[in-house]
Ligand binder design. Structure first.
Ligand SMILES: *[C@@H]1O[C@H](CO)[C@@H](O)[C@H](O)[C@H]1NC(C)=O
Ligand SMILES: *[C@@H]1O[C@H](CO)[C@@H](O)[C@H](O)[C@H]1NC(C)=O
Ligand SMILES: *[C@@H]1O[C@H](CO)[C@@H](O)[C@H](O)[C@H]1NC(C)=O
Length: 395
């Protein structure tokens, strides 16, 4: 009883704190054209049921089932994207994939990459809650549990994330690449075919490949590279990311450079799961693999952890090129100077037919996740991640 009530009090205080933050707007980053109060928060109506995101393994088996069931249920909700926008879109889930395809070259390797994907992941969470009635925690994937000391390809495949029954399913069967394909392939790839088990083995990926929005449906494919996840999703890489002094550097370490050798945590998840032939490795259609959201929720958690380390400065710290890859001398050879203007708090974010909010959204609106009605059960700290990185290095 005593233990129960302590737990209950803890849960209650998290919920109360969230309600308070949302309704008062105390911690709203001042954004251009708004007063920062609750009336100007476009997400205010979503704050009534605050969500605490949790690692996949922290969901009960029932919650895992309900989550996987809800994602599948979204495949039966009609799409809103018209044929003129994405002719092959068949359901509500596809609205998200379609907008990602449409904006591929304007939301990657730019300053608003993290804000856009925060907003997109939030929108997916809200679709699950508002359109198919999911009420459990929204999950993230803490990469560190499946990489580093004591982990190998075998343990990676056995992660509860890829569980063949109450998980996202595993790798596709190995597909041989042609010599031309192999030349540009992700090192360590091990699959490439259709996912054989798990909650999405019968799923149809209706859009893609690449920019195609009027092609035939395909299976969900995966092409795991444990080499890649182990190299870019270990504590040492997260640590280097969290140590960035400002957002300009932070975002570039997250996104990495234009080659596999220059990847960051973002590419680590995409190419570690998608390899050469998998959906997650396709820059356009990657949200077509439901594991996309687990990975992006954790990227968002890295950003939020970093913001919380110096909140007064980082609640408004935003920059980075507004044009793809237009970086200032960063990991580019030969070096070039940034020509485009930096992303600002007033840079607009638009999810087109996937949109769940009335009115325009800006980067400034998504700087503070408590204003969007969610938070994380646990954040990364420099101390924890350093301990983990040292343990891996000594392994
Ligand atoms: C994205 O969608 C808009 C609005 O439908 C359209 O005008 C634009 O051409 C599309 N862009 C790409 C790259 O498909
Ligand atoms: C992290 O460790 C892995 C495995 O030893 C290594 O391949 C990678 O380069 C390291 N990354 C960083 C940022 O130190
Ligand atoms: C963009 O922001 C960075 C970091 O604040 C700054 O160093 C750089 O000069 C800015 N670039 C432009 C083109 O404004």
């Amino acid at each position: 009883m005593a233990v129960m009530s302590v737990t209950c009090r803890r849960i209650m205080s998290v919920v109360t704190a969230l309600l308070l933050l949302c309704s008062t707007g105390v911690f709203t980053a001042p954004t251009p054209g708004t007063s920062g109060g609750s009336s100007s928060n476009p997400f205010a109506s979503y704050c009534t049921r605050p969500s605490v995101r949790k690692e996949w393994r922290s969901l009960s088996l029932l919650e895992r089932f309900q989550y996987l069931f809800a994602v599948n249920a979204l495949f039966s909700v009609p799409n809103r994207s018209p044929d003129s926008f994405a002719a092959s879109a068949k359901n509500r889930y596809d609205d998200l994939v379609a907008t990602h395809i449409n904006q591929t070259f304007s939301v990657h390797y730019v300053g608003h990459f993290l804000p856009f994907h925060r907003y997109m992941t939030w929108t997916f969470e809200q679709m699950l809650r508002k359109e198919v009635g999911y009420t459990g925690p929204f999950p993230y994937w803490d990469w560190h549990l499946d990489t580093g000391c004591g982990k190998n390809q075998q343990t990676f495949l056995q992660s509860p994330i890829w569980d063949p029954i109450l998980g996202f399913g595993g790798n596709g069967p190995y597909i041989q690449a042609t010599p031309a394909q192999a030349a540009g392939a992700v090192p360590g790839r091990s699959g490439g075919g259709c996912v054989q088990d798990g909650a999405f083995k019968n799923m149809k990926v209706n859009l893609g490949p690449g920019a195609t929005v009027n092609g035939p449906p395909r299976c969900l494919s995966r092409d795991f590279s444990f080499y890649f996840t182990n190299r870019y999703l270990q504590c040492n890489q997260t640590l280097a990311t969290l140590k960035a002094a400002n957002f300009y550097l932070f975002d570039q370490i997250v996104e990495g450079g234009p080659s596999f050798e220059l990847s960051g945590v973002h590419g680590g998840g995409h190419y570690g799961i998608g390899g050469l032939f998998g959906i997650m490795g396709d820059l356009y259609v990657s949200p077509g693999d439901p594991s996309f959201w687990l990975h992006h929720a954790n990227l968002d958690r890295v950003w939020w952890s970093w913001q919380q380390m110096n909140w007064p400065a980082r609640k408004t710290d935003i920059s980075g090129p507004s044009v793809i890859m237009d970086y200032n001398n960063f990991k580019v050879n030969p070096p070039v100077l940034q020509k485009s203007a930096n992303t600002t708090l007033s840079t607009p974010l638009d999810l087109q037919y996937a949109d769940m909010v009335n009115g325009p959204i800006t980067v400034g609106n998504v700087m503070d996740i408590t204003q969007m009605g969610y938070t994380y059960d646990k954040l990364y700290t420099i101390a924890d991640v350093t301990t983990c990185a040292n343990r891996n290095a000594a392994c």
